[in-house]
Design a protein around this ligand. Structure first.
Ligand SMILES: [Zn+2]
Length: 421
């Protein structure tokens, strides 16, 4: 076992170099660029080391097109005896670069013990770490049982429908026993799952009329103002009074939250270059998009009923108030039990490598575990990987090489415990 840990340390430069190579492939999502390139890069490496490599395009999935095909790769290495399959799943897409960078976002610079660039932390560092850890384990323990799989998948940042959801629909997790998703939760924390989410559009309705005689119309924006006012008075205080027992991080996310994502009423925003004035109209519709995150203890039907009740309170106070609520998207909370085999295994490995107990956390937002749970019907899944979560999606994103090495040791030890030798 010590030899295995030494082996990971010896491969620190290799982990950093592989992370940098992956960062240099700008897999921006949206729209979903260079997905095939990154799958080819991972596939070529693993194929050269004797892994079976399969490229899977999520044809017909949300977001897939000939211009932007949704490519995924699964690599598999068979052991020498029957046993469990341990699967590491990483998403290969990254979010937009944004402003404020002092480094080349796709330069893959290695400096100061860190690898820099968009996706270094979320989550090409985790992908590279799992690859090198699995290779090191297979080299040191060639007669292991079962099999190891490594997948790099599309579109996690936009819901995962062209990635893990597609693989799960194809039954690609049916034979899998354990899943580790190396998202950047921190090298000494195990993420058991995530809160739920409900996206909806709330529309208030009015009547169009000439803006010089608003009394002849009915202003949908004023109706929406009353909705926002009711939210401030009753909904936000109500949510602030609830708290989950689950270890959701950061602490502010231990209460349910609602983000007012977008609001639009009246005439459409004119395109750049339009130099005219607005026309004088009373807005006849106003649309508010809400992003409601709910706790494992909350029921989605009640979450929706709460908003409907709020709208009814507004209606009671306003004659002619008409509205509509449209569901856009929902995901139920996911929680892997603390005594699941993958949890106890990784917890023991963290204790062995770092000399302390791993903390349990629950993510404020969803990630691909939802598809493995609901479509793949596999509960034995956690997120565990290197990196500082707060750096995800930020300018000057980086990942620490030491963190990757420590996490790599934990992953290799977990493989050792599950697949033996
Ligand atoms: Zn991520």
């Amino acid at each position: 076992m010590d030899a295995l840990l030494t082996e990971i340390e010896a491969r620190a430069d290799e982990i950093a170099a592989l992370t940098a190579d992956l960062v240099r492939i700008p897999t921006l999502n949206p729209p979903g660029r260079h997905y095939r390139d990154i799958c080819d890069a991972v596939g070529a490496r693993m194929c050269a080391r004797g892994w079976q490599v399969e490229m899977i395009r999520a044809e017909g999935a949300l977001g897939d097109s000939d211009a932007y095909p949704r490519w995924n790769v699964i690599c598999r290495l068979e052991g020498k005896a029957p046993g469990d399959t341990v699967h590491f799943n990483s998403h290969h897409d990254v979010v937009a670069v944004g402003e404020g960078w002092t480094r080349d976002p796709f330069g893959g610079e290695i400096e100061g013990g860190r690898v820099w660039g968009r996706g270094a932390c979320d989550m090409k560092g985790g992908l590279a770490t799992s690859i090198v850890a699995a290779e090191a384990f297979a080299d040191r323990v060639p007669d292991f049982r079962g099999a190891i799989e490594i997948s790099a998948t599309a579109d996690e940042e936009s819901g995962g429908y062209g990635g893990v959801a597609h693989l799960a629909e194809q039954g690609r997790f049916a034979h899998v026993g354990h899943v580790i998703i190396p998202e950047p939760l921190g090298k000494d924390r195990i993420c058991l799952g995530h809160r739920g989410v409900w996206w909806a559009e709330i529309e208030t309705k009015g009547h169009i009329a000439h803006g010089s005689m608003p009394f002849l119309g009915d202003c949908a924006v004023r109706h929406m103002g009353a909705v926002l006012d009711e939210m401030e008075r009753t909904l936000f205080p109500l949510l602030a009074g609830r708290r989950t027992d689950a270890p959701v991080i950061p602490d502010g996310a231990r209460q349910p939250t609602v983000n007012l994502n977008a609001i639009h009423g009246g005439e459409p925003v004119q395109p750049d270059g339009y130099t005219g004035l607005p026309s004088a109209c009373v807005p006849d519709r106003c649309v508010l998009t809400i992003d409601r995150r709910f706790l494992p203890e909350e029921d989605i039907a009640e979450v929706k009923a709460e908003i409907r009740a709020l709208m009814e309170r507004v209606r009671a106070a306003r004659p002619d108030f008409r509205y509509e609520i449209r569901d856009l998207f929902e995901v139920l909370p996911t929680m892997t039990p603390e005594d699941a085999p993958i949890v106890t295994t990784v917890r023991q490995a963290v204790a062995d490598v770092m000399g302390r107990d791993a903390g349990f956390v629950v993510s404020p937002g969803t990630y691909d575990q939802k598809h493995i749970d609901r479509i793949g019907r596999l509960k034995n899944c956690i997120a565990y990987g290197p990196g500082v979560l707060d750096l995800a999606h930020q300018p000057d994103e980086w990942i620490g090489i030491d963190d990757m090495v420590d996490s790599g040791k934990v992953m290799a030890l977990a493989l050792h415990r599950l697949l033996g030798g």
